[in-house]
Structures are given as structure tokens and as C-alpha cells.
Design a binder for this molecule. Sequence first.
Ligand code: SF4
Ligand code: SF4
Length: 222
Amino acid sequence: MIVGERKPFDEIREMLKGYKKVLILGCRTCVAVCMAGGDKEVELLGSQLRIASKKDGVELEIIEDAIERQCDREYMEPIREKVEQVDAVLSMACGCGVQFMAEMYSDKPVLPAINTNFIGVNEDVGVWTERCGQCGNCVLHLTGGICPIARCSKSLLNGPCGGSQDGKCEISKDVDCGWQLIYDRMKQLGQLDKLEEVIPAKDWNTSRDGGPRKVVREDVKI
Ligand code: SF4
Ligand code: SF4
């Protein structure tokens, strides 16, 4: 899922300066799971903004709502009426949701209330960690199901580098060496011999280096 965190309150307040009526719109999918942008977070931010505006004598009317996904046209259309009523939308979705909303409601300022961090997993209660760097050409079959792009700090396709010490990455003793994890897993699978094969240089055309990406499934297109 996409993992994000709410922006600092002061930064959000600064963005809202000059707007008198704002829709705070949550997203109930990824950012709700990481507790950055679901229904509760909308409610909390709404209350905080109301209290702060009242205290500062600033005129600010807030409408609150949340939809299933802000990256999906199907869910965006039904909120048109609410969007049209306000001066700006404060989106509590990931960067995709904010942009898609700005595309669909092109005459309306759409402001991000969340910083989008990475694609990751919910590792434990209150802990989210990165797993995939979205390279578009997966090599997990060669690396024991552990991603060298996202989990090695240098995104090495053949590792470890000389900086790995006692299973930790040289960037911090709190960070596992991605290649140590790969080694341990390959050992567990009885596939250490596979690591003797050098993984060739990657074609990064499928990654960000190839510009904005697009996936089209002709079989499901209408
Ligand atoms: S190899 Fe690429 S697609 Fe596969 S998990 Fe890593 S970054 Fe994601
Ligand atoms: S120590 Fe391990 S994770 Fe860190 S950069 Fe080197 S190979 Fe990658």
C-alpha cells in the first residue's frame, strides 16, 4: 500500500491562508490504513482547524467528507456538488489522489494535507516499512523475495557492498543490510548457489528514468 504521514499542522494552516470555505476530503484506502487520511483523521484535522481559526479570529468554514479512493474516477464524481461549494479542497489522500482530484476539478485549488512516503507494508501496530521501489521490472525471483532496489540503501543488484557490518547497513546500525536479508533467505531456501550468478545491469526504462509511466490493459478497457 501507499504509506504517507499527515503534514505538520502549521504547514497545513499556511496553505489554507486566504480560503474561507474548505472541503477536507479523506481517502479510505491506503492512507486510511496507515492512519494518515481516513475518516478519523479528517474529523481530527477539521476540529483542530476550527479551534485554531476561532482562536486566531480567522474566518474558516470547513466541510468534512471521505471517499473510498481519490485515485479512481468512479468515487470522485459523486462529491462534485460538495467540491463546487468550496474555495479549495484539502485532500487527505496520497500524491496520486491530490493530482487526480486537481485534474477532475481543474478550476479548484487542491491542497495536499499528506506527505506521501513510499510503497510499503504494515509491519506491526503503528509501524510501516518500505518494500518496493516501483522499478517496473521485478527481480524478486532472483533475490529470495526481498527487494534489492528498496531494501538496499544503494539499490545494488549484486551485494552486499563493502559497508555491510554484522548484518547492518553502513548508513545506520538500525538499518538491516538488504543483501544480508537476501543472503539469509536464500540460505533458508537452500538456494545460495543462485547468488553466484551475477544479476545483469537493469534496464531502468521501466522505472522513473523512462518518464511518467502508464499501464494499459486492452483486455479490460471499455
Ligand atoms: S524489484 Fe522492482 S518491482 Fe520488484 S519489489 Fe523491487 S522495486 Fe518493486
Ligand atoms: S550495507 Fe547492505 S544495504 Fe547498505 S548499502 Fe551496502 S549492501 Fe546495501
